[in-house]
Design a protein around this ligand. Structure first.
Ligand code: DGL
Length: 272
């Protein structure tokens, strides 16, 4: 029997869904979730002080993920969406073994990419932590061996996005540097393996052109979240609930606020 550190009564549909990421990347996932589940309250933890996770050791990524989970559990999360590929691929097994609540993770969508590729070459842009993880290696091994995966670490991109420099020359320069070699190798699908990267999608599209499909897992995570909540009878069907969205960050909230412009949310700067 597992020795759980935490137990949550499952009969709690009006409690919030918890999300965490190394920073603001997972907001792209939160947006997908609230579109599919508008009756759910949410809270989101941006551990921007420790970003980027992708360049840190597996042990550190696990420790950050435990700390984030405990914060969200103390705030009564009913399920936790690990809205970060790096944390999912390095730490979700540990979290699932340690806490008795459902975790929904996000992994690079190389399987769907493998199903659509005609050139048998797919590109993946992700963090070093994700690309070096055992989980990513295991998923890659399940792919048709005729398909070649061209891996590229998106070094520097997370930092630029966290600093609100999405439209900087440096961002354009790095994207060209990372994507041109994949185009030259004839990929016809590019997997976005980091939740920060969807903010760069229009720039990526411009570089890739119309013949290379961009694949990202945000929508699939939202569908999986709904499925898990339904399975556990935790979907909030009480239409009279006041839906709230709280965002916690341990760094300056400027970039976070910018991404949340137009949404009715509360942003809280806190130390954790
Ligand atoms: N959003 C995280 C991910 O999906 C970024 C990782 C990082 O902080 O390096 O991998």
């Amino acid at each position: 029997m597992r020795d759980f550190y935490f137990y949550r009564d499952m009969s709690t549909p009006d409690l919030p869904i918890g999300f965490f990421d190394s920073g603001i990347g997972g907001i792209s996932i939160w947006k997908e979730v609230i579109q599919l589940l508008p009756n759910e309250s949410c809270m989101y933890l941006a551990d921007s002080k420790n970003a980027p996770y992708g360049m840190q050791s597996k042990e550190d990524i696990i420790q950050f993920s435990i700390k984030n989970t405990e914060f969200l559990l103390n705030q009564n999360a009913k399920v936790i969406v690990v809205a970060c590929n790096t944390a999912t691929t390095n730490a979700i097994d540990v979290l699932r073994a340690r806490y008795d609540i459902p975790f929904i993770g996000i992994e690079p969508a190389i399987k769907p990419a493998g199903l659509i590729t005609k050139t048998k070459k797919i590109g993946i842009l992700a963090t070093k932590g994700t690309l070096n993880s055992t989980l990513f290696e295991q998923t890659s091994e399940k792919l048709d061996p005729q398909i070649e995966i061209i891996e590229q670490i998106g070094e520097g991109l997370v930092e630029l996005i966290e600093n609100g420099e999405i439209h900087s020359r440096e961002t354009d320069h790095l994207l060209h540097q990372y994507l041109q070699p994949m185009i030259a190798q004839n990929i016809d699908a590019l997997v976005l393996g980091c939740t920060h990267y969807p903010y760069l999608i229009s720039k990526i599209k411009t570089i890739l052109g119309n013949d290379i499909k961009i694949i990202d897992s945000g929508e699939a995570v939202a569908r999986q979240t709904k499925k898990i909540l339904m399975r556990n009878n935790q979907l909030n069907s009480n239409k009279n609930t006041k839906v709230t969205h709280r965002f916690y960050t341990n760094k300056k909230p400027d970039a976070l606020k910018k991404l949340l412009d137009g949404y009715s949310v509360k942003v809280i700067k806190t130390d954790f």
